[in-house]
Design a protein around this ligand. Structure first.
Ligand code: GAL
Length: 725
């Protein structure tokens, strides 16, 4: 019977590769996911992660059944690696974003075994995305999970669940790929509902190594959609002469997703306008080696804090944990192949095709994924190559359409959807339909948390304006902005500190005001949002003052009060933003208040109304001195597995909880209990906000983190480290 063992712990690591005979005592102990190096949050040189490192793991193996097969499943190793078992080379993988499996069986001993991985994290020109410029860092190491899989010689290789007539009379086909076929084999598939209760069954004999099980009539099925992402599971069992020899459980959902030539995107037959952001998988300090919880957190932030209904995995396939969470919370995904503008030679293209195959086989049961990106982001036309990528995607998955992101119009459309990066500052009329805008804003308006308020507002309003245009554009299926989070990059890009400040949030996933625009598009039933985009100063803008005031909110009206002066209630700016559900409030004509050189400097108070009731309030005092160091943990519980991590955000705030972006302070942390701080400590804070990570060790217990900033009272937070159930 199948066993899948998490193989993340007990690794040895050496940043120097001296040879396989290198003794263990020159290594340090590490747990995966692991970055070949930790970094500061900015000013990272890509040369610093470009080296060959050595990972080693000792493990004991005892064969339990005849013909047992043992595989090592890697979710991703950056960027190439050689896998040795007991000093023999077994496998070489090329490509850092691709899952791959190594069959260990031939070299395994019935006793102690040693695995050595020689990991090449150089930006090799023969491997995508390299060969030309790349506007992001790739980092290095065994940066995703590893599992040991023990199966019978005859076992299930892959499962593809296809749904039909989902809206009228749902039916299912489950295509099972086997390692080997024979006439004494049979398969049984059991459909499990959300509570994991069996609701339907299908059986079949096996005469080929690919076999289909059909479910022609199903009990009532709940669809997967954005608000109710209902997930089902299929448990597939393989029998040899009626004896159970393998079981695989695969999660999926019932939904239809279609980009149509009428210009729209339809989920379950209903047109929805796509509203989203691009995501890079890199993090401060960790490179790309973020564990499950942080991957999941990104999906949650995109859906819950940024109100997106779609994310593009720019510009490579991303972590299974991220994609799983997108399934669970109802966030659509456009997943694309690795690359940035450059197409390499035949060998390079072969690696790209292998990657495409590997991630489609891995990901085609995710209901959240609605489009495969089969073209290197912003590359030139290459009919031969892209005919192959499209044919491969359609062969492996006839249920999904393809898109290919270009930055010019008028190219050969070999895909099903014209996906286009539009940096023109408005939405172009699409040359062909269906059409999806896959990037806008980005380098056209880089913005830092500590920029002055006019720039932060204009950045937010640029996103608001483009989304307003696209939402009103019947010929466009939607738009995905560049981008969700600031990211680390190469010397040719960014602001000189190797960071592209293109995010609606900073590199820590903490909001700029553009994030509040996104958040305010949430229905108020989910969350009431009211954020004034002002530092409330007399002298931050050119000429002074704070007029007009911009407020991002999903309230119906906002009342504005200066000290004792009540200016009355204002409506959202539907005139400028006719298509947004919740346009920003732009309140002009306030020049006489809070003007440069004026004596009266009042506190500013907002009340948000829905159906005439006050549902939200914000106060920004005139006297804005730092009052507290605010600490916020994203999760209050971690698993004692040596890798789990959560973000600890810290902000300097005023009396009313507002961020003070221009305060600079050294912030120090002390930690008590079985966890470690990952990040800069002390942290020279500017911009008012930043974050570190708290990483669990192998022991359980309570952890207290104390934060200190000069002149402010100390703050602390606690978290529990527990065993996994
Ligand atoms: C695009 C590119 C993105 C990013 C962006 C910055 O051309 O596809 O990866 O570089 O520009 O605005």
């Amino acid at each position: 019977m199948r066993k899948s063992i998490n193989f993340n712990s007990g690794w040895l690591y050496s940043p120097i590769h001296l040879g396989l005979a290198e003794p263990d005592d020159t290594f340090e102990s590490v747990t995966l996911p692991h970055s070949n190096k930790l970094f500061p949050h900015s000013n990272n040189d890509n040369l610093d992660y470009q080296f060959i490192s050595h990972y080693r793991k000792h493990f004991f193996y005892q064969k339990e059944i005849q013909d047992e097969q043992v595989f090592l499943d890697f979710d991703g190793v950056m960027v190439a690696c050689k896998v040795f078992l007991n000093r023999e080379l077994l496998y070489e993988n090329l490509g850092g974003y691709r899952p791959f499996s190594v069959n260990l069986t031939p070299g395994l001993q019935n006793s102690d075994n040693v695995l050595d991985l020689i990991v090449d994290s150089n930006e090799r020109k023969d491997i995508p995305p390299f060969g030309h410029l790349v506007d992001y860092l790739t980092y290095g190491g065994i940066y995703r999970d590893v599992h040991l899989r023990i199966v019978n010689l005859v076992h299930i290789n892959n499962v593809f669940i296809l749904t039909f007539d989902v809206l009228n009379n749902p039916q299912l086909k489950c295509v099972v790929g086997l390692s080997k076929a024979s006439s004494d084999l049979s398969l049984e598939a059991v459909l499990l509902d959300q509570e994991k209760c069996p609701i339907a069954k299908s059986k079949s004999l096996v005469d080929e190594d690919s076999c289909s099980l059909h479910f022609d009539s199903l009990p009532h099925i709940s669809l997967w959609d954005l608000d109710n992402p209902n997930l089902y599971s299929m448990s597939i069992s393989l029998f040899a002469e009626n004896k159970l020899i393998d079981t695989v459980v695969e999660r999926f959902g019932f939904r239809t997703a279609e980009f149509r030539t009428d210009g729209g995107f339809y989920l379950n037959g209903e047109r929805i306008q796509l509203f989203g952001l691009n995501r890079h998988q890199t993090y401060p300090y960790l490179g790309a080696a973020a564990p499950k919880r942080l991957q999941e957190q990104d999906a949650e932030i995109l859906k819950q804090e940024l109100a997106c209904n779609i994310v593009r995995t720019s510009h490579y396939p991303q972590s299974p944990h991220f994609l799983n969470r997108c399934d669970e919370i109802g966030l659509l995904v456009f997943e694309e192949i690795t690359g940035w503008q450059h197409i390499g030679d035949e060998q390079w293209q072969k690696i790209s095709l292998n990657e495409l195959k590997a991630f489609i086989l891995r990901d085609r049961n995710h209901p959240s994924i609605i489009l495969w990106g089969t073209r290197i982001n912003e590359s030139m036309d290459d009919n031969d190559f892209y005919t192959q990528t499209n044919a491969l995607a359609h062969r492996l998955d006839p249920t999904r359409q393809t898109g290919g992101v270009r930055n010019f119009l008028g190219s050969n459309l070999l895909e099903d959807v014209y996906t286009y990066n539009d940096f023109s500052g408005s939405i172009k009329k699409p040359p062909q339909k269906p059409h999806l805008v896959t990037e806008f804003a980005g380098h056209m308006y880089p913005t830092k948390v500590w920029d002055h308020e006019k720039r932060l507002i204009d950045h937010a309003l640029l996103h608001a304006r483009i989304h307003d245009e696209q939402l009103g554009h019947q010929d466009i299926t939607g738009a995905i902005g560049w981008c969700a989070f600031d990211y680390a990059t190469h010397i040719e890009f960014g602001s000189g500190d190797r960071v592209c400040y293109h995010g609606t949030m900073d590199i820590f996933r903490l909001p700029k005001w553009a994030a509040y625009f996104y958040q305010s598009q949430q229905p108020p039933q989910k969350e009431i949002v009211l954020h004034a985009a002002t530092h409330w100063t007399m002298g931050d803008r050119n000429g002074g003052g704070s007029s007009p005031l911009t407020i991002f909110s999903n309230c119906e009206e906002i009342e504005v009060i200066f000290g004792e002066i009540n200016l009355g209630r204002y409506a959202p700016d539907h005139k400028t933003y006719p298509h947004l559900l919740h346009p920003p409030f732009i309140i002009s004509g306030l020049d006489k208040y809070n003007a440069w050189g004026q004596r009266e400097f009042y506190d500013l108070h907002f009340k948000g109304y829905i159906e005439n009731k006050v549902v939200a309030q914000q106060t920004i005092p005139s006297n804005r001195l730092p009052k507290a160091l605010d600490l916020q943990l994203y999760s209050a519980t971690l698993i004692a597995n040596g890798a789990d991590m959560t973000r600890l955000a810290f902000r300097i705030i005023d009396d009313f909880g507002n961020l003070l972006p221009y305060v600079s302070k050294i912030v120090n942390f002390k930690i008590e209990g079985p966890a470690d701080i990952i990040g800069e400590n002390p942290y020279p804070l500017f911009g008012g906000q930043a974050a570190i990570f708290i990483k669990a060790r192998m022991e359980t217990g309570t952890v207290t983190i104390h934060g200190f900033a000069d002149g402010l009272p100390p703050s602390d937070v606690k978290l529990d480290i527990i065993r996994e159930n």
